[in-house]
Structure formats: C-alpha cells, structure tokens
Design a protein around this ligand. Structure first.
Ligand code: NAP
Length: 456
C-alpha cells in the first residue's frame, strides 16, 4: 500500500512540475491547469489510501464542504473577480495548514523533538498570518474593507513588537516543545499579525501582496509536509512557495519598485509628483476622425489597460479588431506585464473575448514595431504608457519599462476624462502633438468606433 501511495505522490509531483511549465505560456496555460488539477487529484486519492486513516467520515465531510465552496466560487465569481478568488483560495489553503498544525500539536506537542516542533511553529506562523492576511486582501479587493492604506500612530513599532514576541515564543517552543502556552500565544499573534501586515497596503497593490501570501501559504504547506512526513506536501508547497515569490519579484520589477516600497510605501497615495513635459493642452479628437485614421491604417496596435477592465470593453475591442482585419489592417495587441491590477489581467480578459493569442505581443516584442505603426490605440491605460518613466529620472516611476506608444505615427487615447492612473501621476503622453484624446467610457467609445469604421 505504501508503495502505491508513494507512486501517486511521485505522479502528482511530476504533474505539478509540468503544470507549472504549461502556465509559462498562454497557449499551454489551460493544459497546465488541467495537469496541475490532475496532480492534485492524484495526491488526494493517494492520501485516501493512507493506512493511518481510522475513519473516513470527517474526510468525506471536508471534501464535500471544500468541493462545494470551490465549485460555488468558480460558478458565481466571474473571471474579472479573479484576484478576489485567488485571495480566498489562499486563505483556505493557509487555514488548512494552520488547522493541521494545531491538531498535530494538540496530539503530540510535548513528544515532538526540536526539529519537528520547529517545522510546526513555522507552519503555524505562516499559515496563521496568511489566513487573516488573505482575508483582508479579499475584503480590500471586494470593497468590504477600506481600500486605502489603514494606518495608525506607532504602527511600525507595534508591529515590530508583535513580531518580536511571536518569534520569541517560536524560539522558546523549540527549546521546550511542551510549552503549550508559547504555542498558543504564537498562534494567536500570527492571526493578528496577518491583519496588521495587510491593512496598511492599498487595494491596488493587493496582487503583489497576494502572490507574496501565496508564497507563504506554499511554505506553510511544505512545513506541514515535514511535520507529517508527507513528500507530496513538501514538493508542492516548495513549488508554490517559490513560484509565488518569483511572481512577486517579477511584478515589482515590471513596476520598477522594491518589495519594501510595495509593502510599506502606501504608493496609491502619491499624487502631485513632478512630471517633465505635462504642460500645454490636450487635443480632443472626434469619433469620425479616429475611425478614418483606423480604417486607412496599415497597422494598428491596441494597448489595453485597467480602464478596459473596468469598462468591460474586451468584447467590443475584439469586434473592432475583426472589422479592421476584414479591411486588411494589421492588428496587434501590446500587453504590458502589469497593465490592469493583476498579473495577466489583460491576457485573461482578451482570452475571454476570444482574441487569438497570435495577436498578443509582449512589451519587448511590440516596442520595436511601434515606429512602423500608423495608429496606437490606448484603451484605458495610463501608467504603462507614461513616457516620463523613460524620460524623467526624477519621476516616481522612473525606470519602469513602458509600452512606447509615443513612438507611433499617431496615438489615440481612450479614457473618460482627466483621471490619473494607479500611480497618481500626470502623463505627458496626453499633451504630445502626436496624441489625440477620445473621451468617454472605453466600451461605448470602441462600440462607436466600430460602427464609424464600418461606415467609412
Ligand atoms: P492605470 O495607470 O491605473 O490607468 C487606468 C486609466 O483608465 C485611468 O487613467 C482612467 O482614466 C482610465 N479609465 C478608468 N475607467 C475607464 C473606463 N470605464 N473607460 C475608459 N477609461 C477608463 O492603468 P494601467 O496603465 O493599466 O497601469 C496599471 C497600474 O497598476 C500600474 O501603475 C501598475 O504598476 C499598477 N499595478 C498593477 C498590478 C498588476 O499586477 N497588473 C499590480 C499592482 C499594481 P479616466 O479616469 O480619465 O477614465
């Protein structure tokens, strides 16, 4: 029987690795998800054959509750609420690790050696803070917790003191595994720490926070694997922990911000920083003028951003792209890695609208193509096309790689008004002679353009 279990665990681990590999490209992402889900099924089935199981009653109840919650989330939470969904999943994963840790300690606490109790303490710390931290992240994204940074006087000192007490209890527990008081104080503080860690961070930074919490949840699961002597948990937890961490680093790099700045910088509140050439006036353009430009262009590049997501304009954009392609225009989409509010946000939306992957170009691929582009259409994007990031070393976003739409022959920006982007900075692109502003909700502007192009 043990050989059978180890075999299913090995198969699960291999499937997880291939699943992750699949997720590295949009073409293979669906297959990657299926492989990872098959891996999880193999791991669960293998575990069900564990001879240490004395009764299946609670396992079936757990499977039923967990499965129902997962199914309900996938049915009722739309793709656009993916960040909220992910936050909830992390919360549940971390809670599971923390519950297993608490049960293990209640059963064998005093009998554990320092190494095992160390792994258990690690699991409780990370599991506890990830559970409450992820719930706060969910609340901020869903709008039931204030999205702006929640701060109070002496917050950093208070948090540091809490951390010191928590780590102190952890070290004492390793010294004396039978000290139940240390275990339970540490556990309670870990739950409180998760809340305190996330409330001072703005809602827009939640994706970075969540992938960091994802990494903590993974490491908590790996620690659980050490406590239970379960290889698949160690492997899956480590994969999860490090992929979450790498994703956080990549997101920070794409925003040219440090992890410290995301976690402690309250970035969403920057507002009046100096811009290099945001002077003069913006040139407003009319629907018909833009339609003529698009209809007679050789190449059009769409650059979507957060505004396309809020307007839910992806289907309308797909329609306009088709109309233009039917007229012989080459259409491309330039995708910035942090456009929108979560990694892959634009890819998810455009995939939902059946835009073929072959039309999607990453930032480094589309930038050399922009000088040959007749019209670059910016759909509700702002920061990711801000030339100040490239031209103004004093800008708070200096060094952040951008999609260089200002190098195209003509630029049309679709936005509702003079609203700023996530960084709160003015965008000199809007004041350049090459740029025309088409004001209005992105979805109605695109729908109007589609009609107008058909009439040209
Ligand atoms: P952005 O800089 O936030 O700008 C969005 C623009 O969309 C706004 O200027 C707004 O202007 C416009 N808009 C909003 N609703 C609209 C609607 N219904 N129709 C038309 N326009 C609308 O967006 P971005 O260029 O995509 O940049 C993303 C930002 O988020 C970056 O600063 C990035 O660092 C940050 N971020 C991203 C992630 C991630 O994982 N993707 C994570 C954390 C932070 P109006 O109000 O005038 O319409």
């Amino acid at each position: 029987m043990n050989i059978y279990i180890e075999f299913t665990y090995l198969a699960a681990s291999i499937l997880f690795v291939f699943g992750l590999k699949g997720l590295t490209h949009p073409d293979s992402a669906r297959r990657g998800m299926l492989l990872a889900a098959a891996g999880m099924t193999a791991a669960i089935v293998g575990t069900l054959f564990n001879p240490q199981i004395v009764s299946y009653q609670w396992i079936w109840i757990g499977l039923l509750i967990g499965g129902s919650i997962g199914a309900a989330m996938s049915i009722w939470m739309p793709m656009t609420a993916m960040p909220e969904r992910t936050a909830l999943s992390h919360a549940f994963g971390a809670l599971a690790a923390a519950l297993v840790g608490a049960a293990e300690y209640a059963n064998f606490g005093g009998l554990m050696g320092p190494l095992k109790v160390g792994a258990l303490g690690f699991e409780m710390l990370l599991g506890g803070l990830t559970f409450t931290g992820s719930l706060i992240a969910f609340g901020k994204l869903y709008g039931i917790v204030k999205g702006t940074p929640i701060t109070f006087k002496g917050q950093n000192i208070f948090n540091m003191a809490l951390l010191v007490v928590m780590v102190g209890c952890f070290i004492y527990l390793i010294h004396d595994p039978s000290a139940a008081w240390a275990f339970y104080i540490m556990m309670t503080l870990a739950f409180c720490f998760g809340v305190l860690l996330v409330i001072p961070i703005g809602a827009a930074d939640m994706p970075v926070v969540m992938s960091l919490l994802n990494s903590y949840a993974g490491l908590a699961a790996a620690a659980t694997g050490f406590v239970l002597g379960n290889n698949v948990l160690i492997i899956a937890g480590t994969l999860d922990g490090f992929s979450g961490f790498i994703l956080s680093v990549l997101m920070c790099r794409a925003m040219n911000r440090s992890m410290n700045n995301v976690l402690f910088g309250a970035f969403g509140s920057v507002s009046d920083a100096v811009t290099v050439s945001a002077t003069g006036s913006m040139r407003e353009v009319g629907m018909e003028d833009v339609a003529v430009q698009l209809a007679y262009a050789k190449q059009v590049v769409f650059v979507p951003g957060y505004g396309m997501a809020t307007a839910q304009a992806q289907h309308a954009v797909r329609e306009l792209a088709t109309v233009l392609e039917n007229r012989g225009v080459t259409v491309k989409f330039g995708i910035h890695p942090v456009a929108g509010r979560m990694p892959g946000h634009m890819n998810v939306l455009l995939a939902e609208a059946n835009v073929p992957y072959s039309l999607l170009y990453e930032m480094d691929q589309i930038n050399p193509d922009l000088p040959q582009t007749d019209v670059a259409v910016v759909i509700g994007a702002n920061d990711v096309v801000n030339p100040d990031a490239r031209d103004n070393p004093k800008s708070p976003i200096a060094g952040m790689p951008i999609i260089e739409v200002d190098r195209a022959k003509s630029v049309v920006v679709l936005k509702r008004g003079k609203g700023k982007g996530f960084s709160g900075l003015e965008n000199p692109l809007f004041f350049k002679p090459v740029t025309g502003m088409l004001y209005g909700d992105a979805k109605s502007s695109i729908t109007g353009l589609t009609q107008a192009v058909q009439e040209v």
